[in-house]
Design a binder for this molecule. Structure first.
Ligand SMILES: NC(=O)c1ccc[n+]([C@@H]2O[C@H](COP(=O)([O-])OP(=O)(O)OC[C@H]3O[C@@H](n4cnc5c(N)ncnc54)[C@H](OP(=O)(O)O)[C@@H]3O)[C@@H](O)[C@H]2O)c1
Length: 254
């Protein structure tokens, strides 16, 4: 399939809903072979069907990104089916409803585990394989970590989430520095509020509606609003871009 991502093999985590699902669809449309990873396999199967009907290529891989064996398996399956993964969208993530006073230690750790440790683990697995394959291959490497405007702007009452996303953004810069000499680009994409399952309850609450009314444009973004950003960061167009955190928030954090 022709397109801006033609020839790329892209693993998208958290592809079973929300932003990850949208990233997979739009990247497949631009020619990437998609390895759609998440825990809910039935949803991934629907996505694969949709991509195939549109003429694209995708496989569904049941994967819990908090488990190292599951991450390694996902890369092995991808390699068997399509070849070496050269593009990763580290999108799986979660937020929470408890504030810092009511939150348990276990819940705090769960957030950090998924939003930080797993991002590192998936990026590490991709980079290990790319570096081993040699410079010609590794120089095509693109790793995009989905952070948030919460990485640089405090969203009230979700301290663990904000801390995890700030860690994700700085992890991105650190990995970008470490792997720069291999040509592997590592960038973050930081969305503002987008309507997905993650934000649904909050947006329907009084507090959510009030917060949105305080944003400059008084509106939420839709998943399509990130299409150009993800394609740029995953494509050859961003050859000279690494270690950046691209904020696409419709001005919500101003
Ligand atoms: N929506 C927003 O306003 C917004 C704004 C800024 C940043 N973000 C970030 O964007 C990313 C996607 O969020 P979203 O809004 O699309 O949320 P979502 O609809 O809740 O999607 C989260 C995805 O993560 C996957 N996931 C959760 N735990 C997992 C695990 N252990 N292993 C594998 N996959 C797992 C889920 O799939 P399964 O349950 O099937 O595993 C799901 O597909 C997150 O990192 C989020 O922090 C979102």
């Amino acid at each position: 399939m022709a397109g801006r991502l033609a020839g790329r093999i892209a693993l998208v985590t958290g592809a079973s809903s929300g932003l990850g699902r949208r990233f997979a669809v739009v990247m497949a449309r631009e020619g990437a072979a998609i390895v759609a990873a998440a825990r809910r396999k039935d949803r991934l199967d629907d996505l694969v069907k949709e991509i195939a009907e549109a003429g694209g290529r995708a496989i569904a891989v049941e994967c819990d990104v908090t488990r190292e064996d599951s991450v390694i398996d996902a890369f092995n399956v991808a390699e068997r089916e399509f070849g070496l993964v050269d593009t990763v969208v580290n999108n799986a993530g979660m937020t929470h409803s408890d504030n810092a006073v009511t939150q348990s230690v276990d819940e705090f750790r769960r957030i950090m585990d998924l939003n930080v440790t797993s991002v590192w683990m998936v990026a590490r697995e991709a980079a290990r394989r790319l570096i081993k394959a040699g410079p010609e291959v590794s120089s095509r490497g693109r790793i995009v970590n989905i952070a948030s405007m919460a990485a640089r702007h405090v969203i009230p009452n979700v301290a663990a989430y904000c801390a995890s996303k700030a860690a994700c953004a700085h992890l991105t810069r650190s990995l970008a520095r470490e792997w720069a000499r291999y040509g592997v680009n590592v960038n973050a994409l930081s969305p503002g509020y987008v309507a997905t399952e993650l934000t649904e309850d909050w947006l329907n609450s009084e507090g959510g509606a009030k917060t949105l009314q305080k944003t400059p444009r008084r509106r939420i973004m839709d998943a399509e609003s990130l299409d150009e950003a993800i394609l740029f960061l995953c494509s050859d167009d961003s050859k000279f871009v690494t270690g950046t955190d691209l904020l696409v928030d419709d001005g919500q954090s101003m």
